[in-house]
Design a protein around this ligand. Sequence first.
Ligand code: AMP
Length: 170
Amino acid sequence: MCSLLSKEFNFVHLSAGELLRDAVKKNDENAEMLNRLMKEGIIVPPHITIGLLKKEIRYYLQNSNRTTFLVDGFPRNIEQGYMFEDEVKPCDFVLFLHAEDEQLLERLRSRADNEYRVDDNEESFRKRFRTYKETGYPAIENYGKMGKVKKVDMDSTVKENYKKLRQIFL
Ligand code: AMP
């Protein structure tokens, strides 16, 4: 959904998870720890994620004329939401793309058949669902209290889901 939005509206798409996987591929000094935490579905320390996001944002601001950033997979807990707002900028709003667990599992299994990720296996799925319930969802609720959440149900096909989502940006 973020890729489609970025393409249509020329947003910069930054995925926290993708930046972390890149850091592992480049054998960053934290690579081993990051790989382990991702496999366990545990969120990595906020200074690492926010450090990577800041670096990317700075790069685009200095080297392009794009100023709208779509930060995918973020925040994963309340603390990193506040940290981002303090150190980078308060967000305009948070997109909450919602689907039922069963449907999410189906989509994850299909991704596991098509690409390799260290955390695309049944055990990591369970752990990631647990982390989402413990810390991810409370972070969304916290933004809800600030009136900043736009929720869209992702219960249909990619095409239909995107049709609903893009209305927010028109
Ligand atoms: P994702 O690509 O969004 O599915 O994230 C994959 C994994 O990367 C997560 O299970 C976490 O271990 C880590 N990760 C992704 N985003 C964050 C974040 N905002 N803060 C901390 N860890 C993250």
